[in-house]
Structures are given as structure tokens and as C-alpha cells.
Design a protein around this ligand. Structure first.
Ligand SMILES: [Zn+2]
Ligand SMILES: [Zn+2]
Length: 333
């Protein structure tokens, strides 16, 4: 990773918004590109800039832009759909056929740079007491909110969250706000589990020292209604199938580093488990900002580390090595 001087991007289209970045959060997917150079078939060609969880200040707008004006503090939604394909027309613009996503190889450079230009639709003004950190966190939080919504709701249900990085935490915050009855969290890092405790987890389990399946069955007797897999690990997927009630739902949010999931045919079939995969989120950035603004969700425990822009490599190395109890590391410009 290195710093590079590149030409400043310019406003070309009437809907373009030029933004001076204030902060970006480092995401697990940025780390996949950094350490492995790819996620599945999306392979990085160097040089390439990553980053998609950002907030900044509008410095210039194209002639037709109405949503924001220079000086506005904004959250950036990293997805740039075409708004014309079958997916976009069906309201599924997160799976747009011609999607461009910040920091996604072959689609768009990331926002880990001082200035970027984005379409107006991707700009969400930060109003009230919302800070640039809230803006940046709205991206992972929106994924948690979307996963909970896509699960069919969690009110009064017994929920498992397997993997408690920033996405697991986002699911937790959303599930809590939506009235889940109890929340059982697993992670291999004890510091993360203590954050989950602080957030009100009913039970925390470290799979390195305890049997997740036995412990959850022991506490809940009948099992869990819904499990959110948030770490992309086969063992978490298998544990989820084991601890789910008949008719339970497995929501797969984690991004694995392998190519094929496997599943126990007998258990998934006999229990009639529903499995729902999650692809990022759609239309939940507004909700995320709204919920933080109304204090229905507090993300105070999410950011654990901060680095200046010129120390970006240190930040990435820290997150890649899961060092020092890191949840979310932020880069300040
Ligand atoms: Zn992200
Ligand atoms: Zn489209």
C-alpha cells in the first residue's frame, strides 16, 4: 500500500457532486482486497484504491443537483446503480446488472482519497447532531438493518449472531432496536464479546473455549428462531443449522474466503430451515441515519481506533491482524 498523487476528480455530469472526504471506515471487504487481492471473482488490478464507507463535505455540484449544496456534510452511499435494468426497475438496485460500487475492482475506485465525485443519489445530508463518523458507519449499519428486515423481523424472537465484527454488531444494534427477545453472540475474540455484552447480549460464547451448540441448546432448550451468520465461516454456518428450531431461519451475511458452502442435508431438510443470503443492502442508508439521529441506535462502541490519512497502511495492518481488540478503525483526513 502506498500514497499516490493523482489528478483531482472533476464534476462532469449535471448530477455530479464533488466531495472532500472527512473520514472513512475500514471494512472487512477492503481487507480482503488488501490481503488476498480479491473477493471471489472480483480481482484487484494494481494500482487500485479501496474504501467505501465514507463521509465528507460537498465542495462543488453539477448544475442539476438539488439534494445537496456546497458546504453540506454528507454520508456517501457507495453503490452507483444504473437505475434502468430489470433489477433497478424492480427496486433491487443493490443487484443492478451494471452496478458500480466504490472500491470494487472493475467497477469504481474507492473513496480512500482526498476528493471524489459521486452521483447526487449517493449523497445523504448529515443533519442534526449526526457527525462524519455516523455518516461513515451508516454503510455497515444499513447492512445490519437490511439483514434484520430481510429475515422477516426479529420482534420477540431468540436470535443468534455468529461473528461479532462491525457487521455482527450492526445486526445486533438493528435487532435490539426491533425488539428481539434475546441475542446470543459468538466470536473468537474475547474483546469483541465484551463489546457484545456491553450492548446487551443475553449470552456470549467463544467457540475456541466452549461448545457453541451445546451451550445455546442448554440455555434456550428449544433452540433459536433466527441466526445471522456474520463471519463467513463454515463452522458458524454448521452451528447455526444445529441450534435453529424447526422452521428457523439462517441469514448469511458473512463473506467467506472459500468458494463453496456445505450444509448438512438431514438437518436443513428435516427442520425445514430457510436460508437467506444477504447482498449488502438496499434503501437502508436513510433508515440507518434516521435511527442514529433519533438515538434508537447508538454506535458509540463501534469505533475503536483512529488513524490519520498518511498512516492508512498501519490501520489496514491492524485490522487485517485483528490486533488490539479492533472493531472499526477510521481514517481521518
Ligand atoms: Zn463496508
Ligand atoms: Zn441497474
Amino acid at each position: 500500500m502506498e500514497m499516490k498523487e493523482v489528478p483531482e476528480p472533476v464534476v462532469v455530469k449535471p448530477t455530479d457532486v464533488k466531495i472532500r472526504m472527512s473520514v472513512i471506515g475500514i471494512c472487512g471487504s477492503d481487507i480482503h482486497y488488501y490481503t488476498k487481492g480479491q473477493i471471489g471473482s472480483q480481482v484487484v488490478e494494481y494500482p487500485f484504491s479501496v474504501g467505501h464507507e465514507g463521509a465528507g463535505i460537498v465542495v462543488e455540484t453539477g448544475e442539476s443537483v438539488k439534494k445537496v449544496k456546497p458546504g453540506d456534510l454528507i454520508a456517501i452511499e457507495p453503490a452507483m446503480p444504473c437505475w434502468e435494468c430489470d433489477q433497478c426497475l424492480a427496486g433491487r438496485h443493490h443487484t443492478c446488472r451494471k452496478l458500480r460500487f466504490l472500491g470494487c475492482p472493475g467497477q469504481a475506485e474507492g473513496c480512500l482519497m482526498e476528493y471524489i465525485v459521486m452521483p447526487e443519489e449517493s449523497c445523504f445530508p448529515l443533519t442534526g447532531k449526526l457527525t462524519p463518523d455516523h455518516g461513515s458507519i451508516s454503510e455497515p449499519l444499513a447492512i445490519g438493518i437490511y439483514a434484520v428486515k430481510k429475515s422477516g423481523g426479529v420482534k420477540d424472537l431468540k436470535i443468534g449472531i455468529f461473528g461479532y465484527g462491525p457487521i455482527g454488531m450492526s445486526v445486533m444494534l438493528a435487532a435490539k432496536a426491533e425488539g428481539a427477545e434475546s441475542l446470543y453472540v459468538t466470536d473468537k475474540i474475547d474483546q469483541r464479546l465484551s463489546v457484545a455484552s456491553k450492548e446487551g447480549a443475553s449470552g456470549i460464547i467463544n467457540p475456541l473455549t466452549e461448545d457453541v451448540v451445546e451451550r445455546i441448546k442448554h440455555i434456550t432448550h428449544l433452540g433459536l428462531d433466527t441466526v445471522f451468520e456474520c463471519c463467513g465461516q463454515q463452522e458458524a454456518f454448521d452451528q447455526a443449522i444445529e441450534v435453529l428450531k424447526p422452521g428457523g431461519r439462517l441469514i448469511v451475511v458473512g463473506i467467506p474466503e472459500f468458494d463453496l458452502w456445505s450444509m448438512n442435508v438431514e438437518n436443513t431438510r428435516r427442520k425445514e430451515i430457510s436460508i437467506q443470503f444477504i447482498r449488502r443492502q438496499v434503501d437502508c442508508v436513510d433508515t440507518a441515519l434516521e435511527m442514529m439521529k433519533e438515538r434508537r441506535i447508538s454506535v458509540g462502541n463501534m469505533v475503536t481506533h483512529r488513524f490519520p490519512f498518511n498512516k492508512t497502511k498501519e490501520a489496514f495492518d491492524l485490522v487485517a491482524d485483528y490486533r488490539d481488540g479492533v472493531m472499526k478503525a477510521m481514517i481521518d483526513f
